[in-house]
Design a protein around this ligand. Structure first.
Ligand SMILES: Nc1nc2c(ncn2[C@@H]2O[C@H](COP(=O)(O)OP(=O)(O)OP(=O)(O)O)[C@@H](O)[C@H]2O)c(=O)[nH]1
Ligand SMILES: [Mg+2]
Length: 829
């Protein structure tokens, strides 16, 4: 029985609807819908609520899922009521409109429990068998190669093509020319496939929506947004390298969005492969409890397949490209002892993280296979464990058992709690439920322009999305029609008329920004956006031919819309276009895409660090701008102070505390604009000012010479003048740098890093070590070649932006002098 409070929430006061429904019959109908929800809620029990009892007494209790609920009687009734005054057709359409509205209102009022109870067996089966997963890992670990196998084994592609394969076709998911040429994934790509999982002679079809993400840190936003919307992930690891620097970043992203994961140790065919070490590293380096659920049969070139430690059976691949899975109950004799030992380790690990398994373990009972599987599922979804599998995608071995594990251990949309923020209740969190009959809530997580227009990738969290329906963008409050819905298969599309709750799709013709929430207009919900890292690298760019200006700006607009980590601004003084992004490769790819996709050749400047400027103490100002040049002059006096913005070191704040109207409001807003403008281009280096606050307390005007312009300018000049007295500082981006290398090189790396930053953490494993350091980006130019030289090419590193910190005085001096010289040179030209 449900608590009254919950019930109370579900039966709202209906009076507001009476203005919508002047017809008393319609009001009754709405009430009936609400009660139906109540009936469903309580499975026919009497409801202990005043409202509930009252409505029941009206005799409106309707059995769940009965056709009568679709209210054909209402249809007839309303027609009869209206027929006296309207034409038959008009009456029909009015009745239909009223019915539609009544249905929508009822959906709005429906409780999640009622919606769950109302689900048809087909819908609930569909939901149980949906998996929204991402493939994420360190660069080059084989994500795209694994995905290609998934597509082949599920029948989505008829032939396998390799990343940078000899046939020159390239993997399905790396559809961009540049990706195929360079053999790296640049953009995440979505696809879907149906996997038929066989267990105990029964075949079940699972619908898998999958996103293959890039591994390179410069494209980290692609992983970020995939993790934001997916329910689970497959973490791919290289069997030789184990946990690598970028695995650590991906691990952080998975933790940030609470994404459960299974682990696939790939490249078992490579020399030196060691899944046991990889599993140990997940435990020790990532601090994620992990245990093998398989052990390998053979190794390196002799790798044949795996022993499934739960069912204690051998799994091998046969047939063209390993299409057939051969299961045998005979475990090779030499592996039996190891299999038994690793199975016990698995159970022990599960007992550490799962209460039910702990009980079985403490009672010294032997868990059944079903109990082990259930414990793995619970612990994985509960973010307490990751099961570790292994195989080799390139050699087509042991990929199918990983697909089974996706179905067995990763969550379906109902297993995951997704929250929206209720704007009508001060952004209070509100849970979303993946049921078709509830009002629609979806998140646009990725935009892409293709030859047919703008494509918006959307995760449907609640309700279903129908072609031709209308949605509201909760940020802009604009209503948009959804003319076309597609399911993506890398760069190809398949049209569909409807997408159910909990799924992923793409829609055409929707103007929006990445991260916008869509609703059907009834719920005041928005969803928290994804984490967008700051840009740390910039360069000046301009088309070589002036006739390319249009194509250039079209391309730039597109890139900015699609990628929130790619930014552009025009330097007002030099009039240079500056693009900024996550790193050299990131910017390089866009310059190359301009050339290939838009046929625009560009000249670029040297990559530059995106510095910031700030102040460290309070400084007062009293600034008078008084200029006379023949005609009307400029007059503005502003008095006040600037100080660090204690509340938010990343943002600027403008305040006015003028008493007695010494500066009228309209000039004060010009002051605000002036402050904003001066912060765009700081006094020291011309980089953005952050973390400063400006307060205007007093001032003076002139009858004829004061203007918006004068106050805007006076504010800018006052700020610049007070800036050095306020301890003006250059801030430089500090990068969280993770380095992994064989242990013998620890000394060399220590020397390299001591010069570049502060070492935060070092972890030494059996063969290799991981060092985490905070380094200024400036010190990291050319680091990859130094690292290569210091580690005989065996060391790796990845960097991500951590925060801004004051640049050392000598660097600040050097940078300021360089900037001044640039300005002087320009002036003297
Ligand atoms: N030996 C071996 N090589 C593999 C295996 N799987 C993938 N590779 C190779 O590893 C390289 C990288 O594979 P990808 O699938 O592009 O890796 P990725 O993780 O998608 O790379 P990014 O998306 O760029 O991060 C390719 O040359 C693959 O052929 C494997 O099981 N064994
Ligand atoms: Mg890839």
């Amino acid at each position: 029985m449900l608590a009254n409070s919950r019930f109370g929430r579900t039966v709202p006061d209906l009076t507001p609807f009476q203005s919508f429904f002047p017809n008393p019959f319609l009001i009754l109908y709405v009430k009936m819908r609400v009660i139906r929800a109540v009936a469903a809620l309580n499975s026919g029990c009497t409801v202990g609520s005043r409202h509930g009892v009252r409505y029941f007494s009206l005799g409106c209790r309707i059995a769940v899922n009965t056709p009568s609920f679709r209210a054909p009687s209402f249809h007839l009734e309303s027609r009869r009521l209206l027929s006296g005054t309207m034409s038959r057709a008009a009456a029909m359409s009015a009745a239909e409109a009223a019915l539609k509205q009544a249905k929508e209102t009822a959906a709005f009022n429906m409780t999640p429990e009622a919606a769950a109870a109302r689900m048809s067996p087909e819908e609930s089966k569909r939901l149980m068998q949906v998996r929204n997963i991402g493939i994420a890992a360190h660069i080059d670990s084989g994500k795209t190669t694994v995905t290609e196998r998934i597509l082949y084994y599920t029948g989505r592609v008829k032939a396998i093509h390799e990343v940078r394969g000899r046939d020159g076709v390239g993997a399905k998911m790396d559809s961009m020319e540049l990706e195929r040429e360079r053999g790296i994934t640049i953009q995440s790509a979505a696809t879907f496939a149906d996997w038929k999982k066989k267990e105990n002679g029964v075949e079940e079809t699972y619908h898998i929506n999958l996103i293959d993400t890039p591994g390179h840190i410069d494209f980290t936003i692609e992983v970020e947004r995939a993790m934001r919307v997916l329910d689970g992930a497959v973490m791919v690891m290289c069997a030789v390298s184990g946990v690598q620097s970028q695995t650590i970043t991906v691990d952080r992203q998975m933790k940030r969005y609470n994404v459960p994961r299974i682990t696939f140790v790939n490249k078992m065919d490579r020399m030196g492969s060691n899944p046991f070490r990889a599993c140990e590293q997940i435990n020790n380096k990532l601090k994620v409890p992990a245990a093998l659920i398989q052990i390998p049969i053979g190794s390196e070139k002799e790798f044949e397949g795996v022993v499934d430690l739960i069912e204690m059976r051998a799994i091998r691949n046969e047939g063209n490209r390993g299409i057939n899975v051969k299961v045998s109950n005979e475990i090779p004799a030499e592996l039996q002892e190891l299999a038994q030992q690793k199975r016990e380790e698995l159970i022990e690990k599960l007992a550490d993280v799962d209460d039910e398994m702990a009980e079985i373990f403490l009672d010294e009972q032997i868990p059944t296979n079903a109990q082990i599987k259930a414990a793995i599922r619970r612990a994985t979804i509960g973010l307490k464990f990751t099961p570790v599998m292994m195989g080799t995608a390139l050699a087509d071995k042991a990929v199918q058992p990983m697909l089974d594990a996706v179905c067995d251990y990763l969550p379906n949309p109902t297993d995951v709690t997704n929250m929206a923020l209720d704007r009508s209740k001060n952004e209070e969190p509100a849970e979303l439920y993946p049921y078709n009959s509830l009002p629609f809530v979806g998140l646009a997580f990725k935009l892409e322009e293709n030859p047919y227009g703008q494509l918006t990738y959307m995760r449907v969290y609640q309700g279903s999305l129908k072609k031709g329906s209308y949605l509201f963008n909760s940020r802009t409050d604009k209503k948009v029609r959804i003319p076309r819905i597609v399911r993506m298969h890398s760069s190809e599309m398949e049209d569909t008329a409807e997408v159910g709750a909990g799924e992923i799709c793409a829609v055409f013709g929707v103007e929006c920004a990445s991260g916008d929430t869509f609703t059907d207009g009834k719920l005041p919900y928005g969803m928290s956006s994804m984490f967008v890292p700051d840009a740390v690298m910039s360069l000046s760019i301009k088309p070589k031919r002036s006739s390319d200006a249009d194509a250039f700006s079209k391309a730039m607009n597109r890139f900015m819309r699609e990628d929130p980590t790619f930014r552009l601004h025009v330097d007002s003084e030099s009039e240079e276009t500056i693009i900024s992004g996550m790193g050299e490769l990131h910017l390089d790819i866009y310059v190359e895409r301009l050339r290939r996709e838009y046929k625009v050749d560009c000249e670029t400047g040297q990559p530059r660090v995106a510095y910031r400027e700030t102040i460290s103490k309070r400084a007062d100002f009293d600034f008078l701008l008084k200029r006379q040049s023949g005609g009307p002059g400029d007059y503005a006096r502003v008095v006040g102070y600037i100080e660090p913005n204690e509340a938010d070191a990343e943002k600027n704040k403008f305040e006015t505390k003028v008493v007695g109207g010494t500066i009228p409001d309209k000039f004060l807003s010009a002051c605000g604009k002036g402050f904003q403008e001066v912060c765009e281009k700081g006094p020291l280096l011309g980089h953005m000012v952050i973390g400063s606050s400006m307060t205007i307390t007093d001032g003076a005007t002139h009858v004829t010479d004061s203007s918006d312009y004068a106050f805007n300018l006076a504010t800018q000049m006052a700020f610049k003048k007070a800036f050095s007295e306020a301890g003006g500082q250059v801030l430089e981006p500090l990068m969280k740098t993770t380095i992994t290398a064989p242990s013998e090189f620890q000394g060399n790396i220590l020397m390299l890093m001591n010069k570049r930053g502060t070492i935060v953490d070092t972890e030494v494993g059996a063969d290799d070590f991981t060092m985490v350091a905070e380094c200024s980006l400036n010190a990291m130019f050319g680091f990859s070649s130094h690292l290569r030289a210091a580690t005989q090419g065996k060391g790796e590193f990845s960097m991500e932006f951590s925060h801004y910190a004051a640049a050392p005085p000598h660097l600040q001096k050097e940078l300021v002098a360089k900037y001044q010289k640039e300005l002087d040179d320009k002036r003297s030209k």
